[in-house]
Each structure stands twice: as C-alpha cells, then as structure tokens.
Design a protein around this ligand. Structure first.
Ligand code: CTP
Length: 409
C-alpha cells in the first residue's frame, strides 16, 4: 500500500467515526488518504479532526469556483488509486445506484475511472429493505466492491446485519482492491467483473450429517451450516453454478443454487460423486467421523437384558476421497479445519494428509467466540504457506474465499 492514494468519502452515519481509525491505519501502511466529507458526515466527525489525522486538506460539499473551473472533482477522483466510501449510508448507496451527481461526493463517484469500494452501514431494517438490497445488487453488477456490513448490536439498539465492517477488515479489503494483479472491474466491464465464475461449477458441502442408531434416533453435531451457506451464496454471486450438498442445517440454503439434501456421510459422498465433475469443491460440512455399524432397522426397545451396545464404523472421508480422485479431481479442492491450538501446524499437516489444495483453518478456541458467533478468525493454508486473515464476519470470510477461488480458477 506504500505510496498509493485512497480517496476516502466519509458518509453521514454513526459509523463515520470508524473512518478516523481507518485513516490512521492506512497512514501507518504508508498510504496517502485524501478525505471527502459529505454534508451529513460533518454532523458526525469534524473536518478538523479528519484533516489532522489525514494530514491533508479535507474536501467538503462546498462549491469552490477556482477548483470547479479546473474541473476539480474530476481530478480528485482520477488522482486516486482507489475510491473508498465509509460508511456507505442507504442514501449514498441509492445515489450511487441511481447515478446521481448532486454534491461533491456523488459527483466524484460518478466521475472516477478507478475501483470503488464501499463499506455499507445502516439500521438493520434499512439494510434489509428491498430498495437497499436492489441498490446493492446494482452496485455489485456495476463492479463496485463491498466490505461488510457485519452482524451485531447496533447503535440504534437493534440487532442484525448493518454494522460497518471493522477498520482492520476494511484495510484488508483495500489491500485486495489495490492489488495490481487484479484488473479493475470498471475497466473490465461490469459483466465480466461481477461474474468471474460464470460457466464454472463448484460443489459445496455444508451442515452436519446424521448417522442413524435406529429409525428414530441418530448421532450428529452442532454445525449450523452458516459458513457453508455463506460460501455457496458468495460463489453464486460471482456467477458460479453451485451444487450445494447439505445435511440437516439450521440455516436455510441460499436461493439460486442446486440444493441436494442428505442425511448421512455415505449419502453426502454419493451426492458429491453424482455432482462431479466440478471446477472446484469446498468441503465445509461437519461430517460425522463414525456411523453406527449395527444400526437397527426397527426402533430399539428398552430391555431388561441391559443397555444396547453401539458399534462404530469409520465414515468415508469425503475431502480426502475427492482430493485423491485420479480422473475427476476438481482443479481446486478446499477443506476446513477447526483447531483450538497450534492452528497453522495442525492445519498444514491436515492439508498434506487429506491431499487438498487449501485448508481454511478456523481458530475455534473459546476466547475467539467463533462457535455460535457471527464472525470467524481464519488462516488460509496453501502450498505457498499460511495467510492469516483479520477477524471478520462469516459472510465476509465467504466473499473473500469466493474471490480467491475465482482468482485461482
Ligand atoms: N471431512 C469430510 N469427510 C469426513 C470428515 C471430514 O469431507 N468424513 C472434511 C470436512 O468437511 C472438512 C475437513 O474434512 O473440510 C475436516 O477434517 P477433519 O479431519 O474432520 O478435521 P476437524 O473437523 O478439524 O477435526 P480433527 O482435527 O479433530 O480430525
């Protein structure tokens, strides 16, 4: 990021304060930050504090005749390497989607020829409102990059999605967006940019499996299917055809994917087998390691002869099996690992043992709050080594992973 210039548009929302931390972090990385404040933003942060932190003149929604005579707004938006909007309020997103240019911020967002990254933040109901979701879809189709929002307690007292992504996640997204290896979606054209996985087929396994003891009882685990579902949705958003093989999860499967419902590990393996060939496979399911070998086909009754004795047999390891396929192995096979300690060492060993290309290692030690929480601390292990991602929402992890898969394919 050293020597790069970010044009930071600060929108008028409670989350505007996060832009101050963001400026500090970007400056620490050697980035130049040119700040623009909307009229409403000035109600939340002062131009003076922004100017002091950025060490730059703050551009405000005031018409400066000299500047306009020199087409200042166009220059501003072109001199930057990246345009970032924090927070992207419902109103700013609507303006961007509608192509409005009635103030400095919206004008330069229209005039730029650079990538644009937005960090939406608003009340839960405003975020889930069909108008906002429609605008979001338009912005994505236009090749605009997004980071967040996260789920959690909101300043307005409600709970749900709408909280601005944390500054460290925004910095990570900026780093990705500035990557010269990735051509600007604006230059590529919206169709290609928004759907880099068009024509690709990806298999995603998700949720728990259920291993019967008898017709009414089973052994299973607490997997909600949240991360696998988010990954399937993110891959779909990038244009992939997704075969979503899911056990009985608590989270509903995403729209727009082929849902294949299974119960047992053996059924999951068969479903994956039937869905092949694929360009990539992402194994996010929490597959039961064992099944009951002596499962009864009738309900087991209490008996005076003592307790039933269950015998176990090992389930097929679907990840290892797919990774080892000679003729039908997908180009990219991604597994997951839940680790509480020695995350990198354990996950690196697991990658080699299973023969997959990448392992997404989750740090599930209790202090991370990953289990049952809405965010995740992830390390991506590949042949190239281990890459730690900042703590981010599960949706964000899914989008970042889907982006990486698109690049790799
Ligand atoms: N997996 C699979 N089939 C199995 C077991 C696991 O496809 N029968 C996949 C999971 O979907 C996941 C990865 O393998 O991608 C997890 O491997 P596993 O060995 O179960 O590791 P952990 O769950 O992390 O647990 P442990 O290290 O205790 O074995």
């Amino acid at each position: 990021m050293q020597g790069r210039t970010v044009l930071l548009v600060i929108g008028g929302g409670i989350a505007a304060y996060k832009s101050l931390t963001l400026i500090r972090e970007l400056k620490r990385e050697g980035c130049r930050v040119v700040p623009v404040l909307t009229r409403a933003a000035e109600e939340f942060v002062t131009p003076l504090s922004v100017a002091a932190l950025a060490g730059e003149e703050v551009h405000r929604d005031l018409f400066d005749l000299t500047r306009e005579a020199q087409m200042g707004h166009i220059q501003l938006s072109r001199d930057a390497d990246l345009v970032v909007v924090v927070p992207a309020t419902a109103d700013l997103m609507a303006k961007m989607a509608g192509g409005h240019a009635d103030d400095l911020a919206s004008t330069l967002l229209m005039a730029t020829d650079k990538r644009v990254l937005v960090a939406p933040a608003m009340n839960v109901r405003m975020w889930t409102h069909p108008a906002t979701q429609r605008n979001l879809a338009t912005l994505k189709a236009d090749g605009i990059l997004t980071v967040g929002p996260d789920e959690g307690d909101m300043a307005c007292g409600e709970f749900g999605p709408g909280r601005a992504a944390e500054p460290e996640a925004i910095v990570a997204a900026i780093r990705d967006a500035l990557d010269p290896q990735r051509p600007s979606p604006l230059l590529l054209g919206p169709e290609v940019a928004a759907r880099p996985l068009a024509g690709r087929h990806v298999i995603v396994t998700s949720g728990p499996t259920r291993e019967p003891i008898d017709p009414v009882r089973y052994i299973s685990n607490h997997s909600s299917g949240a991360q696998g579902t988010a990954i399937a949705a993110a891959l779909r958003d990038l244009g992939a055809r997704v075969s979503f093989v899911t056990g009985p999860a608590t989270v509903a499967p995403p729209d727009g994917v082929d849902v294949i419902r299974i119960q047992t590990a053996a059924e999951m393996r068969d479903a994956v087998d039937a869905a092949l060939p694929a360009d990539a496979a992402v194994m996010a399911a929490a597959v039961a390691d064992w099944r009951v070998a002596n499962a009864s086909d009738q309900k087991m009754k209490k008996s005076r002869d003592g307790m039933p004795v269950l015998q176990f047999a090992e389930n097929p390891d679907i990840l290892a099996w797919v990774s080892g396929l000679a003729d039908r192995r997908p180009d990219l096979v991604v597994g997951f690992a839940a680790e509480t300690n020695d995350v990198v060492a354990n996950a690196t060993a697991k990658r080699l043992r299973k023969g997959c290309d990448w392992i997404v290692a989750n740090d599930v030690s209790p202090e991370t709050g990953t289990f049952g929480g809405e965010s995740n601390t992830v390390t991506l292990i590949s042949e190239a080594g281990a890459e730690s991602w900042p703590r981010m929402g599960k949706d964000e992890v899914a989008r970042k992973l889907a982006g990486r898969i698109a690049e790799a394919l």
